[in-house]
Design a binder for this molecule. Sequence first.
Ligand SMILES: NC(=O)c1ccc[n+]([C@@H]2O[C@H](COP(=O)([O-])OP(=O)(O)OC[C@H]3O[C@@H](n4cnc5c(N)ncnc54)[C@H](O)[C@@H]3O)[C@@H](O)[C@H]2O)c1
Ligand SMILES: O=P(O)(O)OC[C@H](O)CO
Length: 332
Amino acid sequence: MNFAVIGAGAWGTAFAIHLSRLGHPATLVPRRFEQALALASGHENTEHLPGVEIPSSVQIGHELTPVLMEAEVVLLACPAQALRETCGRIQKNRAHATQLRFVISLAKGVETGTHLRPSEIINATIPGVRAGILSGPTNAGEVALGKLAAMVLATARACSDTAEIQAAISGPNLRVYTSDDIVGVELGGALKNVYAIAAGVCDGLRRGDNVKAALLTRALAEMIRVGQALGARPETFYGLSGFGDLIATSYGSWSRNRTFGQHLAEGRTAGEIISTSHSVIEGYRTAQSLAGLCAERGIDTPVLNEIHAVLFKQKPLDQTITDLMGRNLKAE
Ligand SMILES: NC(=O)c1ccc[n+]([C@@H]2O[C@H](COP(=O)([O-])OP(=O)(O)OC[C@H]3O[C@@H](n4cnc5c(N)ncnc54)[C@H](O)[C@@H]3O)[C@@H](O)[C@H]2O)c1
Ligand SMILES: O=P(O)(O)OC[C@H](O)CO
């Protein structure tokens, strides 16, 4: 199966390496021409995945047209806020994409302004194409090195293509499950980034292990509440894209979202961290979008609202903790 991976950040690079390890023709397409040159000549993504060799079996493409002429499956490995623009580039080349069977997002976020999930952006911008999402607890560095992991591939409804792609991207190091709850898988991946920021705040404040466990337990309850209100199945949030990724991201020392929260607790401001980060911190914009969406729909999300207030209204962390601990007592 021929794959194109659009976006050469940490995750796109790692996944292209994974695909080539399985023997698939895979072309990695960076956004910038200079980046394509650097990856092709140096066989390393020094900016986003330093220290990992990109095998020569991974093709590096820059022009989308020839890549799309070959690709059966396109994987979108850019930040959620860049999906619309990236899909627009694919749509412009649509006439050349004669082999294209699926466009699958690897992004974990929700678009600001529209509140659209990745598959909704794909459907809106590349009409008629089959859209999917691949998500789960997968730190790019570990996957690139071939360490063991499991993920979930969600498509709107199971079809033979889903099973074929599942088999193609699974291997001895990566086990892929399928799901037809695309809403639940997408929301799990987006929300876990927001709650991982809060987990990082717990780490930075050094208030002990109990509070982080309590926070993540209530976060999972909130993820399920949001998901149910928006059409997802509750059980999806107990799976890899929900609970699994919430735990990995909230406890992983490597997590950009968790580290962002830790730095906030250590006194840095959100604006300062975001403006100096070379990597995407998806939970930041996703908190803004999902807090807005939940407010519009009247969904009760006290933890999300507090994270949003800290990030966008300069609410002091001490006040946030006081407010969360002082909410009306209720049954679990
Ligand atoms: N890194 C991981 O471990 C990991 C794992 C699973 C999923 N993800 C998800 O994958 C997505 C990409 O993350 P990443 O870790 O590769 O990010 P990254 O910060 O390593 O790199 C971001 C990439 O997106 C590109 N980009 C930025 N703005 C763009 C734009 N406007 N248009 C097109 N491309 C643009 C950059 O050039 C860069 O190649 C995110 O949604 C992230 O949550 C990441
Ligand atoms: O480094 P983070 O916080 O963006 O998390 C990366 C992946 O989503 C973990 O599954």
